[in-house]
Unconditional design. Structure first.
Length: 604
């Protein structure tokens, strides 16, 4: 995922665009660039590296411009591959998110027609293709160019002689912020919020033409559209660090609040309440045959926990699928199945594609998303918003626990509808999750204690994470967090699988994290600890009880409040988030912008 920002208005475009790109840098930070339209033509400035420290950026006089922060897909991280790209004849400038799948074929054709290329990117093809079709009308030239493009795009186009911007979307998000004789076009809301809360979300196939006096939106076959104006509900303060060293730490520490926001208004004496589920149809939850949950990364780990909960509480067969694999086979789904798609951003390309595949096969679909107005939110027809607030750190933390909370309540609702639990049992389960924010706050006070543990291990190279049952996915998530932000190798396994291979790795240099709250499998996990101890491994245990046997086995113990087993993942994950954070910080890593990663993966 890269970041796009464009401006047209009455103010200097360069300073507004540079500030917008700083807000977007968490979506792409290996290179950046800005183009503005001036009386001297298109002025261009491109750079390798991060934009966050740039001050007093001045490119020239101009009130129309576009900018981009890049996360490399096609072409190495170099100045020539940074966006914007300008056509070889100097008249067209573009910024592009997405992938042009047939760029090689288009590039070869354009070279034969006399066009030259200065980068290794697929995106530059669009600039030259628009230039090729331009005969005085930017909209028509872009329309004809995009008719040749196979792939995905969030696209801004400008011409050196036209005082307007053109935006087009297919598979990569774009929105227009509506100001007073000024407009802001961006790939997400964060750079728009400082200027306006009013926005229009573009859908796939939309093209928008924006001047200082207004905007119009039409389809690529020239059908005029009347777009609904929406309102952003969060503030600029929510996307600032607020005194924390990193966004990730702010978001870890903010989980009691984000959890409360997800739960607010949804817990009643009659059971969980959600608006926006009527589209599923009366009685569907009672008669549905099974649940399929599809997601990527951290959201996939949340889905694995939901699988346990669906089968334990609602007694309904549940499967969890990697979204990236779901549509590349022939998934057997029909109108009796509910396909739940989980995505913090609501823009994850693989998850969006899985949603479309499920809809094509007739399944009912439900989105669990954090971003109002996102593609998945709109295409599911309805769903459950997390209300967790913006998550800026690339490594997801508060979205994970909010996804769990939303699915936990939904599962209770399903269980009630299907007669698998009584209203009294539903109230009991709701009571357990209502206590979670308070317990989270208790664990977060242990941050300094966990940093002391990190000081013993931050110079290592490997970690092993083990858990059982509901806490096996937590072990996976802990390993992922460490890999993402510290670049240390880490693996998560079910504890019982250790003897089937991973035990060969264990020696005195291998720290092993056990996620071991009191549960039905507790005695068995103690046995796994004995096996690690016998081979010299150093054990870090996340536990919910005092036990003399533990003190003999473990090098470090992190104690969490004792809670109902079904809500234990909400708490066991927090020490693992903090451990990964402190190890990465001690290693001097760029925690909010880990190398090679982007916040939302909107390309395959």
């Amino acid at each position: 995922m890269c970041g796009i920002f464009g401006y047209i208005g009455t103010k200097d475009a360069d300073s507004i665009i540079i500030n917008g790109l700083k807000q977007l840098e968490y979506r792409g930070y290996d290179s950046w660039g800005v183009t503005i339209r001036s009386d001297k033509g298109l002025l261009l400035s491109k750079h390798v590296g991060q934009i966050g420290e740039v001050k007093d950026f001045k490119l020239g006089k101009g009130t129309v411009g576009i900018g981009h922060t890049r996360w490399a897909t096609h072409g190495e991280v170099t100045q020539k591959n940074a966006h914007p790209h300008i056509s070889c004849f100097g008249n067209i400038a573009i910024v592009h998110n997405g992938i042009v799948e047939n760029y090689a074929k288009l590039k070869a054709k354009l070279i034969k027609k006399g066009y030259s290329f200065s980068s290794d990117t697929d995106s530059e093809v669009i600039a030259n293709l628009v230039c090729h079709y331009y005969h005085g009308d930017l909209a028509e030239a872009t329309r004809r160019a995009l008719a040749q493009v196979r792939g995905t795009y969030g696209l801004l186009v400008m011409h050196k002689d036209e005082d307007r911007l053109l935006a087009a979307r297919n598979g990569s998000p774009l929105m227009i912020g509506l100001g007073d004789h000024e407009f802001f076009i961006a790939s997400d809301a964060s750079p728009i919020v400082p200027y306006t809360k009013k926005v229009v979300y573009l859908d796939d196939g939309d093209m928008a033409f924006i001047t200082r006096d207004g905007y119009s939106v039409m389809t690529q076959d020239k059908k005029k559209l009347n777009k609904k104006e929406d309102r952003i509900t969060w503030s600029i303060e929510e996307i600032e660090k607020g005194g924390f060293r990193h966004f990730m730490l702010k978001e870890i520490m903010g989980q009691p609040e984000s959890m409360e926001n997800t739960l607010r208004g949804r817990i009643t004496d009659e059971g969980p309440h959600f608006g926006g589920l009527d589209y599923l149809g009366k009685g569907f939850l009672k008669k549905m045959r099974r649940v399929i949950i599809t997601a990527c990364g951290t959201s996939w780990h949340a889905a694995l926990i939901a699988e346990y909960l669906f089968e334990e509480i609602a007694c309904i067969p549940t499967e969890v699928e990697y979204a990236s694999e779901f549509r590349y086979r022939n998934p057997i789904v029909d109108e009796n199945d509910l396909v739940i798609v989980v995505s913090q951003s609501g823009e994850t390309a693989d998850t969006l594609a899985a949603l479309r595949e499920a809809k094509k096969k007739g399944a009912k679909t439900l989105g669990i998303i954090n971003v109002v107005g996102s593609s998945i939110a709109r295409e599911t027809g309805g769903g459950i918003y997390l209300h967790a607030g913006p998550e800026i750190g690339v490594a997801s933390t508060k979205a994970f626990t909010s996804q769990l909370a939303a699915m936990y309540l939904f599962i209770i609702l399903v269980a009630l509808e299907r007669g698998q639990i009584t209203p009294a049992k539903a109230r009991e389960l709701q009571h357990h999750i209502n206590l979670v924010p308070k317990h989270m706050a208790e664990i977060l006070k242990k941050s300094k204690e966990i940093r002391k543990i990190a000081e013993s291990y931050f110079e290592g190279n490997n970690f092993l994470y083990l858990g059982r049952g509901l806490n096996y996915p937590v072990a996976l998530e802990g390993a992922l967090k460490l890999k993402e932000i510290s670049y240390m190798h880490a693996e998560g396994y079910p504890a019982a699988e250790m003897k089937h291979g991973p035990i060969a790795l264990i020696d005195e240099k291998m720290p092993v994290v056990f996620v071991a709250p009191k549960s039905g499998a507790y005695e068995k996990i103690l046995s796994n600890m004995e096996e690690v101890k016998a081979r010299g491994g150093k054990i870090i245990a996340v536990v919910s009880q005092e036990d003399p046997a533990l003190d003999r086995l473990v090098a470090h113990k992190i104690t969490i409040p004792k809670v109902h087993e079904l809500v234990s993942p909400f708490l066991t994950v927090i020490p693992l988030q903090l451990l990964a954070y402190h190890i990465a910080d001690l290693r001097g890593c760029d925690i909010d912008k880990p190398r090679n990663l982007a916040k939302s993966v909107t390309v395959e």
